[in-house]
Design a protein around this ligand. Structure first.
Ligand code: 6PG
Length: 238
């Protein structure tokens, strides 16, 4: 099920999302001694990551994963890892405990399938859970076409039921990427979609209208509870 939360504007949506993630981190660490959080790329989460850096006082035992990554070098401005470095990690004082960032280390090697296999191995070796590793929280966005992570409309990757990470052709630059698949995203204890702007209103309406392979974000709600945090403009057609 996907539940819509409407915030006044993009800043309020970012702040609410940062509060949700900070609370999920505290709860996971209190219950299990560690927290595993998958984050996303794109334009929307940057401001939220800045706020998250302020919200979380202590990053001990916090593991940060990426729900998808673009197959470019990790220091490329197009890389989601680089986005985290610029917006989140840069705002955590160096004298404080740092989060454990699990980068897609082979993203820039020019071999997306090998990068996917290596990242899946790391995820299975580090995140507890059977049959799929159970993340404490997965944050994702929604594209204007309804894609989420690097899961695009009608893509065969939507049918994947065993592998956790697959290499895909992205319909948004850069063209090559690796992405978490639906089973591992849906296995997360908490799932949040963060969306802003009028250009996303139709995709938000379609995401809430029920599961469809034409709107991959809508498939996250199958067998999982998802909170879709949107600003007023993005929620206008909901
Ligand atoms: C990516 C993302 C992707 C993103 C949406 C929304 O690597 O590009 O993970 O799924 O969340 O495309 O992107 P914007 O926030 O830029 O609109």
């Amino acid at each position: 099920m996907i539940e819509l939360t409407v915030a006044e504007d993009a800043e309020a949506a970012a702040r609410l999302c940062a509060e949700r993630i900070a609370r999920a981190i505290d709860a996971a660490r209190a219950e299990r001694g560690h927290a595993h959080v998958a984050l996303c790329g794109g334009e929307t989460p940057g401001r939220m990551y800045e706020l998250l850096a302020e919200q979380v006082a202590d990053w001990r035992e916090v593991h940060l994963w990426l729900g998808d990554e673009r197959c470019v070098p990790l220091d490329d401005p197009d890389s989601n890892h680089d986005l985290l470095v610029r917006t989140l990690l840069a705002r955590i004082p160096a004298d404080r405990p740092q989060p454990m960032v699990h980068a897609v280390t082979r993203a820039g090697d020019g071999d997306p399938p090998a990068a996917a296999t290596a990242y899946e191995r790391a995820l299975r070796a580090t995140v507890p859970g059977e049959p799929f590793p159970v993340l404490d929280l997965a944050l994702q966005g929604i594209g204007p076409d309804g894609h989420t992570a690097s899961l695009f409309p009608d893509d065969p990757a939507l049918e994947e039921r065993e592998r956790l990470i697959v290499a895909v052709r992205r319909r948004k630059p850069p063209p090559e990427g690796v992405t978490m698949t639906l089973p591992v995203l849906r296995a997360a204890r908490s799932l949040i979609l963060l969306v802003r702007g009028a250009d996303k209103a139709e995709a938000v309406r379609a995401t809430l209208a029920g599961p469809s392979v034409h709107t991959p974000a809508s498939l996250l709600g199958e067998g999982a509870h998802v909170e879709l945090i949107a600003d007023r403009a993005a929620a206008a057609a909901a």
